[in-house]
Design a protein around this ligand. Structure first.
Ligand SMILES: C[S@@+](CC[C@H](N)C(=O)[O-])C[C@H]1O[C@@H](n2cnc3c(N)ncnc32)[C@H](O)[C@@H]1O
Length: 236
């Protein structure tokens, strides 16, 4: 909850976020808080969203795998293991918590060369090389301030290959008066759909498709989860 003088993102404290995530076990279940069983539904939803986007955009490789992807805010590699590694040849990872990146470093996917470079750092400190066909960022941009998120999205825009695609998958705010919501437990914000659209516009990205994740049981009482598929805006 914000008062009229402070924005939700001004309360973000990276040290507090890292303290929270370092206190959580380095397991797939811990990435999703109280509801580890949402993982299967989440991963299936991501797979079908990406397939829809590929059909929509002729330039995006429609049949084979993406060559080079990156999983941003990867945690222990849940999304890489359960989804990205099935649709991409090589998946890099960015994640600031060393005990989480260690799980990826020790994994069979790393030994097999499917997990490529692992960057143990926050997205605010990561400058990607221009080589990515797919940048996937899920359930972590709430740890960046609005201006950090714009700057990060600009860097991602510049790091995409010619037909490259960025997908942001995040919770949406349900605040009664349409504000971003601050959560002191992990020092993060949950943004409104309007805020995400402002951020992407400011970063020079076009939304080619967006939709809500479906299929989470109502009884879990989860926040809405939205996909945004982004490409660099074309200038006329
Ligand atoms: C809810 S978990 C999601 C992990 C993974 N994306 C998934 O869906 O399984 C949030 C992740 O964001 C990471 N995180 C915290 N601060 C971050 C930052 N500044 N930049 C990138 N990731 C951050 C946490 O360490 C944690 O691994």
């Amino acid at each position: 909850m914000t008062d009229s003088h402070t924005t939700a993102d001004s309360k973000i404290d990276h040290a507090a976020s890292l303290k929270y995530w370092n206190s959580v076990p380095a397991t797939t279940g811990s990435m999703l808080g109280e509801f580890p069983s949402v993982s299967r539904i989440d991963l299936q939803g991501s797979k079908s969203f990406l397939a829809k986007v590929r059909r929509l955009l002729p330039g995006v490789q429609s049949g084979g795998k993406f060559h080079q992807a990156v999983d941003c805010g990867a945690g222990v590699g849940r999304v890489t293991e359960g989804f990205l590694s099935h649709v991409c040849e090589v998946v890099d990872a960015v994640e600031p918590v060393a005990k989480f990146t260690q799980v990826m470093k020790d994994s069979q996917l790393k030994r097999d060369g499917v997990i490529g470079t692992i960057y143990t750092r926050g997205l605010e400190d990561w400058t990607p090389e221009k080589k990515y066909d797919l940048i996937w960022v899920q359930w972590c941009v709430g740890h960046l301030t609005d201006s950090q998120l714009i700057d990060y999205t600009v860097r991602c825009r510049k790091a995409l290959t010619e037909n490259g695609l960025m997908v942001v998958k995040e919770n949406l705010s349900t605040h009664f008066s349409g504000q971003d919501m601050y959560d002191s437990e992990d020092s993060s914000v949950t943004r409104t759909d309007a805020k995400f659209r402002q951020v992407f516009e400011a970063a020079g990205m076009e939304i080619v498709k967006s939709e809500l994740q479906k299929g989470f049981p109502q009884s879990f009482n989860l926040l809405p989860v939205q996909f945004y598929a982004l490409r660099p805006k074309t200038t006329n």
